[in-house]
Design a protein around this ligand. Structure first.
Ligand SMILES: Nc1nc2c(ncn2[C@@H]2O[C@H](COP(=O)(O)OP(=O)(O)OP(=O)(O)O)[C@@H](O)[C@H]2O)c(=O)[nH]1
Ligand SMILES: [Mg+2]
Length: 461
């Protein structure tokens, strides 16, 4: 998508940039603004959006393990997703059978092509689709839709001799439903040029009154850019049951402007057209759309990392690490470690990136080798310990081991291994305590860095 593609270039530049962070942010923001404006996104919206990005980039601390640049990309992603509609994924499933869709739009916006694409899309979902040619103005409209119906194996109704679109629409809907169509799509005429929205909406109303469609879809050509705002707004106000399809996203730099303008009206974009072929129609999903603009693979792995970090129990980990460093190894700490490990699985690499946690990770690492099954057994064993045993593992003798094993339903050998693990961990910490310099360094790092770490809540988004 031209226009928006420049965002990816801005990110590429960001990744390669060196120098003071503030300078990097400044240049990146400028690139981003240029890219969005060249995509015809409303200038005011562009400045609001980049202002938010700049503020977040400079004020917020990235989560542990995420670099500032990656964090900046993540912030950009979030802002772009909300620019293009946020978390909403449109519901394109017909709410009932049969379902009647009426397509409207100005001349040449892509209605007839889109009717064919929709027929193809819904047929591939298992629906029986019917197409009605209710455009009596455009010469060739009948043949154009008939061919599309043949191509997509859709039912078809049209009357090349009639000059009455309302009559055709009414008859067509009735006949195709009788023939067993689950979805009937009515293609209408688009004599109206840009700026003739009033006339378009008026005629739309007339046909709609006659056939009472379940949904009216307004087809908008993406090359309208942000001018799509007025049309979409009036349509949205006049037709609450309506939704919008933005076509020709492939052929214009202004697609970003068209999409963001339509989103700003509160109307729902259900599909976007991305080529002339009947297969080139996509359900519009803002997240996927933005991911693609930014370069899918990269952003996905970044998001995944951020989300993983967000789900970490940092407070619990901090406490456990602190306790470990202070040399008070107990089964309570080990229990927390095991729970973390169970949750994180192979993601301990992330933990390793958290300042001060590497030592903690080393000890987790040795547990990691013991495998999932063992972890479950050890957790069960710890669960059947008394409070006294939890805090003073040294009092656990043979007879206590036996009792714990029976209580947990595990072998006594498992309990022994757990005790051995405790002992090796305890030894390690004691050794570390002797290296006071390292310890002090770590603790000073804690004091400075850990309290500042704030993990945003991505889970609710
Ligand atoms: N590149 C590209 N071209 C498209 C897309 N959708 C439609 N077109 C082209 O746009 C032109 C007009 O499409 P139509 O479907 O005939 O438009 P219409 O709204 O039915 O036009 P009228 O019936 O005259 O109002 C055709 O050349 C289509 O191939 C799209 O998503 N991408
Ligand atoms: Mg047409």
């Amino acid at each position: 998508m031209p226009g928006l593609d420049d965002i990816r270039k801005a990110i590429k530049r960001l990744i390669g940039a060196t120098g003071p962070y503030e300078q990097i942010v400044k240049e990146y923001i400028r690139d981003l603004q240029r890219a969005l404006i060249s995509a015809d996104v409303n200038v005011r919206i562009v400045f609001q959006l980049t202002k938010r990005i700049r503020e977040k980039a400079l004020k917020e601390e990235p989560p542990p393990g995420i670099s500032k640049k990656d964090w900046l990309i993540k912030i950009t992603y979030d802002e772009l997703v909300s620019l293009f509609g946020g978390d909403k994924t449109p519901n394109v499933k017909p709410s009932k059978k049969p379902y009647v869709i009426m397509l409207v739009g100005v001349q040449g916006s892509g209605k007839t092509t889109t009717a064919g694409k929709l027929a193809y899309y819904y047929a591939s979902q298992g629906y029986r689709v019917g197409l009605v040619a209710a455009d009596t103005y455009r010469p060739g409209a009948y043949d154009q839709l008939k061919q599309l119906a043949e191509k997509t194996k859709a039912l078809f109704y049209g009357d090349p001799k009639s000059k009455d679109p309302i009559e055709i629409a009414k008859k067509g809907v009735k006949e195709l439903i009788e023939k067993g169509a689950d979805i009937v799509i009515v293609d209408t005429a688009g004599r109206h040029g840009y700026g003739e929205e009033e006339a378009l909406l008026k005629e739309m109303k007339k046909i709609a009154e006659a056939i009472n469609p379940d949904e009216v879809m307004l087809v908008i050509d993406a090359s309208m850019g942000q001018k799509a705002y007025d049309l979409a707004k009036r349509f949205h106000e006049a037709t609450p049951i309506g939704s919008i399809i933005v076509t020709k996203m492939d052929g214009t730099a202004k697609g970003g402007g068209a999409l963001s303008a339509v989103v700003a009206t509160g109307a729902t974009i259900k599909f976007v057209g991305v080529g002339e072929d009947i297969t080139e129609l996509e359900v519009f999903n803002p997240k996927r759309f933005v991911a693609r603009i930014l370069g899918l693979g990269d952003i996905e792995s970044l998001l995944e990392r951020v989300e993983r970090l967000a789900s970490l129990d940092v407070e619990g980990l901090q406490k456990a690490a602190q306790e470990l460093l202070e040399g008070r190894v107990s089964f309570r700490i080990i229990y927390r470690q095991l729970m973390t490990l169970r949750k994180l699985g192979p993601f301990k690499k992330i933990l390793q990136m958290i300042p001060g946690f590497s030592i903690f990770v080393d000890s987790i690492d040795s547990v990691a080798k013991t495998g999932e099954e063992k972890i479950e057994k050890w957790l069960a064993a710890i669960n059947s310990m008394t409070y006294e045993e939890l805090d003073n593992p040294n009092i656990i003798d043979k007879s206590r081991m036996k009792r714990i094993a029976i209580g947990a339903g595990v072998d006594i050998q498992d309990v022994k291994e757990l005790i051995n693990y405790y002992k090796s961990l305890d030894r390690m910490i004691k050794q570390l305590k002797k290296r006071k310099d390292i310890l002090e360094k770590l603790i000073s790092k804690y004091g400075k860095i850990l309290p500042r770490i704030q993990i945003p809540d991505f889970s609710s988004k």
